[in-house]
Write a protein that binds this ligand. Structure first.
Ligand SMILES: [Zn+2]
Length: 271
């Protein structure tokens, strides 16, 4: 039986109310570069004035650096969410601007064949008396990542692999499995797994990293559910509206919670 995307996949998380986002009536100038933006400026990494001081400010247990391939545009990248919501702890770079990283303090979140779980690698660092201070993420396609991995600065970094999580990204990513996470999802699950491994518990303290992601997901879901665009199933199979209507008739009658899916999202742009 086909499982369809839920309308509110993050409802159980401790995410701040998005009312402040829903109240915005239009775009306004970025406080730094003055370009017209809806919620935040994806180049200057700051919210618009109407949201300054009104969106969550998340602190992370490690420094996070995200290295973006130059072919990935900021306007489409969810890495920007991390920089806007956790500005004290997140640095965004565009290759070839790569920092220099001490392998005694830094892990690379990448599913290399040698990668260990977050819990195992965290325990390795502790046992060796090494402080795990920084996590590096790559924001790129698989092929682009191979090129970034050849950078001298990334050699020798211990790779960590997240547990299997299913992405809720609304943007269609042809050929990618549903476990291929959007960058903000990867950052979220990493700090969450790290916290769980260090403290045996997790109290929702990083859930607001998904503040924008959850809002955009619900917004896209609502508009697509009401409209005539494509929907998707949790498999990598895409369904045309006519077929979707037929397939959804049962689940919509059952309350609609698992009704239509989201989008093909090819042209969807983050604000
Ligand atoms: Zn700007």
């Amino acid at each position: 039986m086909t499982s369809l995307q839920p309308a509110e996949p993050f409802k159980h998380l401790n995410i701040s109310s998005a009312e402040v986002l829903e109240r915005l009536t239009g775009r306004s100038p970025c406080p730094k570069c003055h370009k017209s933006r809806m919620y935040f400026c994806y180049n200057c990494l700051v919210p618009v004035d109407a949201l300054t001081g009104k969106i969550p400010h998340v602190r992370l247990p490690v420094e996070v650096e995200i290295v973006k391939h130059p072919g990935e545009t900021n306007g489409k990248s969810t890495a920007v969410h991390a920089a806007v919501l956790a500005p004290d702890d997140v640095t965004l770079r565009t290759y070839p601007d790569v920092g220099s990283y001490d392998p005694d303090e830094t892990v690379l979140v990448f599913p290399d064949s040698s990668a260990g779980s977050v819990a195992d690698v965290s325990a390795e660092f502790s046992a060796a008396g090494r402080p795990l201070r920084r996590a590096l993420f790559l924001d790129c396609t698989w092929n682009q990542c191979r090129r970034l991995l050849d950078s001298d600065q990334l050699h020798g970094l211990r790779c960590v692999q997240l547990r299997q999580h299913e992405t809720r990204f609304w943007r269609y990513q042809r050929g990618k499995p549903r476990t291929h996470l959007a960058t903000i999802e990867a950052v979220y699950y990493f700090v969450r797994e790290l916290q769980e491994s260090r403290h045996d518990t997790y109290g929702g303290e990083f859930d607001d990293l998904l503040f924008f992601f959850d809002h955009f997901y619900r917004t896209v879901f609502r508009s697509r559910a009401a409209g005539s665009l494509w929907a998707y199933r949790t498999e990598d199979t895409w369904v045309r509206p006519s077929e979707r209507a037929r397939q959804n008739s049962d689940s919509e009658e059952a309350g609609g919670r698992d009704g239509s899916g989201v989008t093909n999202g090819q042209s969807e742009r983050a604000p």
